[in-house]
Design a protein around this ligand. Structure first.
Ligand code: SAM
Length: 454
């Protein structure tokens, strides 16, 4: 590593910013790495890994620190808290760095930040954890919630929710999967591009493709430095998108010439996929709430080189009379708790609360009610979320079918056999990390009946 102390200070600063500003981990890391582009690949990878790992294992590591520290981690000064957390992560999970080096660097960092009187404290706590490393304490198994919370580093209320909604076994499978390293998945555009051309371009820059499951256009991307530096990306040959998220446009199944309305579209993943399936013929109006978000859609549309996607700033909670009864397909990929992507964005679990869940269900229902009026009779509404919370998913789908003149549409003719089930025959698919080879995601497909003719 070029300059170990600076690298560690940088990690500490990222953690402090996340603590202070509530910046999501992936954005704080991205911004820091953008700022320090000159750092070698190895250092960049180290910074990313330690920041993400520290957040991911936060609950588990805090529990361990609290067993050995006379000052509870939440009462520590922010600098000391960050130093302890990032060091415990390295001690427990990174073999490449000797434990003694981690402890020494932690003490030096405390000193550099003028916490001379806490050097001994940092040293003592970390040295004890190094010594006890192979038999660190965990809560007793008979306290199931606390045990699972520490084992999977998940807040207790989410453990309870996952267990009550999915049963202990599936909940554990899912929480274990959140802690596994995630691959980068891409969707290759097909209307003006081929998989072969994309592969060739990527390989000429040393990157590699491996087939991802369930959909023909889905691949894992490996062996690259940054996505933005890849010619195939700049030329709009692919989008970064998890297979679960690709399922939305895949199951909505728009046809060339269709009028499609994507109500919450930024940064444009599903709109672009729909446009690709429509061979750039027809219209996809891609809406989002703010100019900033819609600019993200514009950027992606431009890169992909499609002309049928029309980005627009519009609040989906406000009914738009102009579109009533006009859409062949409405995609309602709505704001949600995001529990399905905790494996990629671990800080989601720290900001979760029952109150937020309730507010999101209210917003989802308000938007779904508007979405219902935009669909023409015989047209399709595709509802999706990137959560595994049943209140936002199957419960909303049941509510929707009760309230509006729609029927559920079987997903089976569009799904590979391994994803078919009684649930998919009734128009719903709940993807569960660890059970399925994707992020957590929910999809429900509805068709407007003739009764819905105005
Ligand atoms: C799950 S994300 C959409 C992801 C997108 N469909 C894609 O595939 O790239 C939800 C989006 O809803 C937007 N949003 C939240 N409230 C909204 C509202 N009232 N009207 C329109 N968009 C909204 C957020 O800005 C966010 O971009």
């Amino acid at each position: 590593m070029t300059d170990t102390i600076n690298t560690r200070e940088l990690i500490m600063n990222i953690l402090l910013e996340m603590d202070r500003e509530k910046t999501p981990c992936h954005l704080a890391v991205r911004d820091a790495l953008d700022k320090y582009q000159f750092l070698p690949r190895q250092d960049r990878a180290f910074i990313k890994r330690v920041c993400e790992g520290t957040v991911e294992y936060g609950i588990q590591n805090d529990y361990i620190i609290n067993q050995y520290s006379k000052i509870k981690i939440n009462k520590c000064k922010p600098v000391i808290r960050a130093i302890l957390r990032m060091s415990v992560y390295q001690i427990r999970f990174l073999d490449a760095v000797p434990d003694s080096a981690v402890v020494n660097e932690a003490v030096k960092l405390a000193e550099k930040k003028h916490f001379y009187n806490l050097k001994g404290f940092v040293n003592g706590v970390l040295r004890t954890i190094v010594r006890e490393k192979d038999h660190l304490p965990i809560p007793k198994e008979n306290n199931t919630t606390q045990y699972l919370s520490v084992k999977y580093s998940m807040p207790e209320f989410l453990v309870e929710e996952f267990v009550s909604q999915y049963g202990k076994e599936t909940a554990e499978t899912m929480m274990a999967d959140f802690l596994k390293e995630k691959q980068v998945t891409i969707r290759i555009n097909r209307w003006n591009n081929t998989i072969e051309e994309t592969k060739k371009s990527l390989e000429s820059q040393g990157a590699e493709l491996e087939k991802a499951p369930y959909l023909g256009e889905a691949f894992y991307l490996k062996n690259f430095e940054t996505i933005a530096s890849l010619n195939a990306f700049q030329e709009g040959r692919f989008q970064i998108q998890d297979v679960s998220s690709m399922m939305a446009a895949h199951l909505a199944d728009p046809k060339p010439g269709d009028q499609v309305l994507d109500l919450c579209a930024a940064p444009g993943g599903k709109s672009l996929h729909a446009a690709d399936k429509m061979r750039n013929q027809g219209c996809v109006e891609a809406r989002d709430l703010t100019e900033y978000k819609v600019d993200l859609i514009r950027e992606n549309v431009q890169r992909a080189g499609v002309s049928c996607v029309v980005p627009k700033v519009k609040d989906a909670e406000q009914l738009d009379a102009e579109w009533i009864g006009k859409a062949d397909v409405v995609i309602a990929d709505l704001p949600c708790t995001g529990y399905g992507v905790i494996g990629r964005k671990p800080d989601i679990k720290y900001y979760a609360s029952k109150e937020k869940e309730e507010e999101l269900v209210r917003i989802q229902r308000a938007i779904l009610a508007n979405a219902a009026s935009y669909v023409k009779p015989g047209g399709t509404l595709l509802y999706s979320t990137c959560t595994v919370n049943r209140k936002e998913n199957s419960e909303n789908a049941a509510w929707f079918l009760e309230q509006f003149p729609f029927e559920a549409v079987s997903l089976d003719e569009l799904l590979p056999d391994e994803l078919k089930s009684g649930e998919t025959a009734k128009g719903q698919l709940q993807l569960i990390p660890g059970v399925h080879k994707t992020d957590g995601f929910f999809l429900a497909k509805f068709r407007k009946t003739e009764e819905g003719r105005a």
